[in-house]
Design a binder for this molecule. Structure first.
Ligand code: UD1
Ligand code: CA
Length: 453
């Protein structure tokens, strides 16, 4: 089997500098959805027809199993498929997909290809409002006779509600012959792929229709409005799949998964959370409202409180993170770690049962077990040019408002007094304090305002 993906159209109505098929849906380019679905059918040849100026499309997806056919200028869907012909194997079936119809399901395509084994197969749907689509014209016996485009259709034909979704499959050998015979004498002066239907009928080849399981599978994207509608449909599907697997969602309409989200048993996700890239939530993880997680692994039983932001990080089991915590790339938290509000962590490892509960910056640090990081603690990891590491060993206690000027090590069991600016290593099991001794001056008076002269 060959698969041809038509993606040369301009997408004028998107009003964007980005080629239409590169606009993201559920975090992935429109055409990438189609390419991935096409791949799952394991075609022998997979060819994308791209447009002039669409080099961005080509460079975004170049892969060994894809071939690329440039269509310039764009003279219609038939002309587009013609450009792909040299890239196809001559026998078997060719399936034509649209790069801007991203939600088409593999199962629907499998059924269409089966129907095409003995002729031409068209994926059609009945629409309440068929305006704009090519109509499926049938004879009195109900056999398909041809497809007529909206702009070429008569009054009667425009009343037909069965439309061409654009997705078709046919024997490749016939395709090349028919495409050579297309003409552009029609209302749009285009070479219509749909004209091959009439040719198949004349040649006596059976023409059959097949239908998608869901109408949304064949919805196309021509505008930002339609893009947003499809996004909601895609998100709804993901939410349903998660719930079927046992995930509890506070509101399936208020979750956005822009990538892969894998969940263990008894996971709960509150409203307005965004998951990007690859995210794994282990058993019984609870995600509070308004959290953003990108490329993250969260251990079993961990609770992420509201407004937690996590990117390229690993959180161990039984942790308590947030509200308002930020875990940046390279953060690795072991089990039972507590990270509280307005704590930012970057490229740091924190061992089991350590806590940083309030207002801290921890960057380029290695922190042992059972360490307590006081409020307002800052690792001064950057001298303006280079980054340096801070090491805090097991059972250390870091007093509030401490600055750790890296590179520096706090020994096992050490205590740093509040307000310490640590510039040299702190020995283990010792109190280190850098502030001046507190004094009270008896007899000191507040200044008084001078009388004006
Ligand atoms: C086409 C069908 C119509 C069908 C409708 C479904 C034809 C003649 N008409 O109409 O029967 O109901 O789709 O949406 O086929 N493309 C190219 N090169 C071109 C022209 C188009 O690659 O020269 C691509 C577009 O990027 C798009 C797809 O083909 O992905 C369909 O093009 P579009 O212009 O939307 O086709 P319609 O006129 O809407
Ligand atoms: Ca269209």
């Amino acid at each position: 089997m060959n698969i041809v993906i038509l993606a040369a159209g301009q997408g004028k109505r998107m009003h964007s500098n980005l080629p239409k098929v590169l606009h993201p849906l559920a975090g992935k380019a429109l055409v990438a959805h189609v390419i991935d679905t096409a791949r799952s059918l394991q075609p022998q040849k997979l060819c994308v027809v791209y447009g002039h100026g669409g080099d961005a499309v080509r460079s975004a997806f170049d892969a060994a199993d894809l071939s690329w056919a440039l269509q310039s200028p764009q003279l219609g869907t038939g002309h587009a498929v013609q450009q792909a012909l040299p890239h196809l194997t001559g026998d078997g079936t060719t399936l034509v997909l649209y790069g801007d119809v991203p939600l088409i399901q593999a199962e629907t395509l499998r059924r269409l290809v089966l129907v095409a084994q003995h002729g031409l197969a068209i994926l059609t749907v009945e629409l309440a409002d068929p305006t704009g689509y090519g109509r499926i014209v049938r004879d009195v016996a109900g056999s398909v006779v041809r497809i007529v485009e909206q702009k070429d259709a008569s009054e009667d034909e425009r009343r037909i509600r069965e439309v061409n979704t654009g997705i078709m499959a046919m024997p490749t050998s016939c395709l090349s012959e028919w495409l050579g015979r297309l003409s552009n004498t029609n209302a749009q002066n285009e070479y219509y792929l749909t004209d091959i239907v009439g040719m198949a009928v004349v040649a006596g080849l059976p023409v059959r229709t097949s239908h998608p399981q869901h109408e949304w599978e064949v919805l196309g994207v021509n505008s930002k409005m339609q893009l947003a509608e499809l996004e909601r449909i895609a998100q709804r599907c993901t939410a349903e799949r998660l719930m079927e697997q046992g995930v509890r969602l506070a509101d399936p309409a208020r979750i956005d998964v822009r990538g892969q989200l894998a969940c263990g048993r008894d996971v709960f996700i509150d409203v307005n959370c965004v998951f990007e890239g690859s995210v794994l939530l282990d058993e019984a993880v609870e995600v509070g409202p308004n959290c953003v997680l990108k490329n993250a692994r969260i251990g079993a039983g961990t609770r992420l409180a509201a407004f937690t932001h996590i990117e390229d990080a690993v959180v161990g089991p039984d942790g308590v993170i947030g509200p308002f915590a930020r875990l940046r790339p390279g953060t690795e938290l072991a089990e039972g770690v507590h990270i509280g509000n307005f704590v930012e962590i970057k490229k740091s490892r924190i061992a089991a049962h350590s806590k940083a509960n309030h207002l801290a910056y921890i960057g380029d640090a290695i922190i042992g077990s059972r360490v307590n990081v006081g409020a307002g603690t800052i690792t001064c990891n950057y001298d303006g040019v280079n980054k340096f590491q801070t090491v805090i060993e097991d059972d250390a206690f870091i007093g509030s408002d401490t600055q750790l000027v890296a590179p520096v090590t706090v020994g096992r069991g050490a205590t740093l007094g509040a307000g310490t600016t640590l510039t040299k290593d702190a020995p283990p099991n010792t109190l280190t304090i850098s502030r001046a001794k507190q004094v009270s001056l008896a007899g000191w008076k507040r200044p008084v305002k001078k009388a004006e002269k």
